[in-house]
Design a protein around this ligand. Structure first.
Ligand code: ADP
Ligand code: ZN
Length: 513
């Protein structure tokens, strides 16, 4: 008699019930239907193949991109009594593992994608019994995805050799285009896609332009008791920022990055996990595999790599379900740098990268609900407002800055698309200098055409133009036109500027009270 998945869940894993879409995924797999499960990190993807693997006749072949990860998963599976093995270049017991597979003595067999294409391995599978193919980090199969691995393309021929064996693709991070690509590449029907709840309602999202990173982050730390993570962009940056923040806030602040001595790294990590008020300043590598449920804030000192990365990194806050905050501070130069980097990747990957960056730009630039943009990106249909992000809590004013943007672009054009923002602003506001005299720029039609309140808008307008790719920075820091300049100049596009409500001034002496 077939066992009931819930009783297996309780007996084997010790969990009272399935979480979220797990049951739905497991039911499909047990029914032999190929499935793509898009579930956020921590939602419990592994269980959706581990559990069926113990119930189905035969072995579940798990494709996973990282050997280190595989060995972690192997240990975890063995710990609950699942019969599992890895077959990788570093394993010394390969012959034994093959024997166990042929004897039907394995629930799970973990392999790297490159093994899938070998005739040897195909022969092995044909001589044994395969119950399921689980493809972890399935976005790696898509060139559109952020982590394309050519080896993943080798899987399809193997999968097709076993037309009756269901496929379960798993990923935490896939935009619409990447998902369609995964279904297509791995031969999974459209109705086989299951998307889990990505919402983290207890996280309050807040995104603002950077003016003084250290002060802004010090404010976050002072406003938020409890452990926190600050993501800096470079290794050197983490140590400097950690020292400054320690000084400014009086909180225990430590640095963490891959370049630190392993012993110090281990000690800082252990101290953070145990602490109730420590702040760790880290590069993005920090947080993977760290299980600290009571992180109260995550602050980004610069732009994350993508919306997926932002979601994943901010998702390390508030795992216990209690209120937590996520602050992102961005600068126009982050976008300029990201666009430069995109120009250097292989041409076929550029459209995907560009779309990912634009999505991030839209999230940063919006006057609307941040959560809505975030969840819509993951394929959900959230309500228009969430009540728990900066824009929902204090709606910003949006003003039409199209006219100022056009003046800005004209000034960039008239001065020959070679000067930086400061000089362009000086020309527009008629700030005479040796340089402007020598260049003869004081005779230009754009000389001194902006003053008063409009002058105060020049900086944010310049930032917005860079963000939407109407302006680009050349390698010498000079501004030049990007593809989005044309629509603004021709009057086809408008530029709305989001004016964040003034943040309440910190009152001095609060702590003394
Ligand atoms: P993912 O791969 O989606 O990031 P994991 O498979 O590593 O997530 O699971 C995350 C955590 O959730 C693990 O500690 C796992 O044991 C736990 N977990 C999974 N399913 C359940 C469940 N139904 N009930 C309680 N905890 C669960
Ligand atoms: Zn909101």
């Amino acid at each position: 008699m077939a066992a009931d998945p819930v009783s297996v869940l309780q007996k084997l894993f010790g969990f009272p019930d399935f979480r979220g879409v797990q049951r739905h995924v497991v039911d499909r797999v047990l029914a032999g239907q190929s499935t793509l499960a898009v579930m956020p990190t921590g939602a419990g993807k592994s269980l959706t193949y581990q559990l069926p693997a113990t119930m189905l006749d035969g072995t579940c072949i798990v494709v996973s991109p990282l050997i280190a990860l595989m060995h972690d998963q192997l240990r975890a599976a063995e710990a609950v009594g699942i019969r599992a093995a890895t077959l990788t270049s570093v394993d010394e017991n390969k012959a034994e593992t093959r024997g166990r597979f042929l004897d039907g003595d394995l629930d799970l067999l973990y392999i790297a994608p490159e093994r899938a294409s070998t005739a040897d391995f195909r022969d092995l599978l044909e001589r044994g019994r395969v119950a399921l193919f689980a493809i972890d980090e399935a976005h790696c199969v898509s060139e559109w995805g952020h982590d394309f691995r050519p080896d993943y393309r080798l899987l399809r021929p193997l999968l097709d050799r076993f037309p009756d064996v269901p496929r379960l693709a798993l990923t935490a991070t896939a935009d619409e285009h990447t998902r369609a690509d995964i279904l297509d590449q791995l031969g999974i029907p459209t109705e086989g896609m299951i998307v889990a709840g990505f919402d983290r309602p207890n996280i309050r999202y807040s995104i603002s332009p950077r003016d003084n990173t250290t002060r802004q982050i010090a404010d976050v730390i002072r406003d938020t008791p409890g452990p926190g993570i600050v993501y800096a962009q470079t290794r050197a940056g983490t140590e400097k920022l950690a020292a400054t923040l320690r000084e400014a806030t009086g909180r225990p602040v430590r640095a963490y990055h891959a370049g630190l001595d392993p012993e110090i790294r281990r000690r800082n990590q252990a101290a953070f996990v145990a602490s109730e008020d420590m702040v760790i300043v880290a590069t993005v590598a920090f947080g993977m595999g760290i299980d600290k449920p009571d992180v109260r804030f995550v602050a980004h000192a610069g732009l994350p790599k993508s919306i997926e990365a932002y979601y994943q990194e901010t998702g390390r806050a508030g795992r216990d379900g209690d209120p937590a905050v996520a602050h992102l501070f961005w600068g126009a130069e982050d976008f300029a740098r990201a666009r430069q980097r995109i120009a250097e990747v292989e041409p076929q990957r550029q459209p995907g990268e560009r779309q990912r960056l634009n999505a991030l730009g839209a999230l940063a630039e919006t006057a609307g609900c941040r959560r809505r943009i975030l969840l819509a990106h993951f394929g959900e249909s959230p309500p228009a407002t969430c009540g728990n992000c900066d824009n929902c809590l204090s709606p910003p004013n949006a003003i039409d800055a199209t006219e100022t943007a056009r003046k800005y672009l004209s000034a960039v054009f008239r001065t020959g698309q070679s000067y930086g923002a400061t000089y362009v602003e000086e020309v527009l506001t008629g700030k005479s200098s040796e340089r402007s005299l020598m260049n003869g720029h004081e005779a230009l039609s754009v000389w001194n055409i902006v003053d008063g309140e409009e002058a105060a808008m020049l900086k944010p307008v310049g930032r917005a133009l860079l963000l939407r790719d109407a302006l680009r920075t050349n390698p010498h820091g000079g501004l030049e036109f990007g593809p989005a300049a044309r629509g603004l100049i021709k009057g086809e596009d408008t530029l709305k500027l989001v004016i964040p409500p003034k943040r309440a001034r910190r009152r001095r002496g609060d702590q003394a009270a």
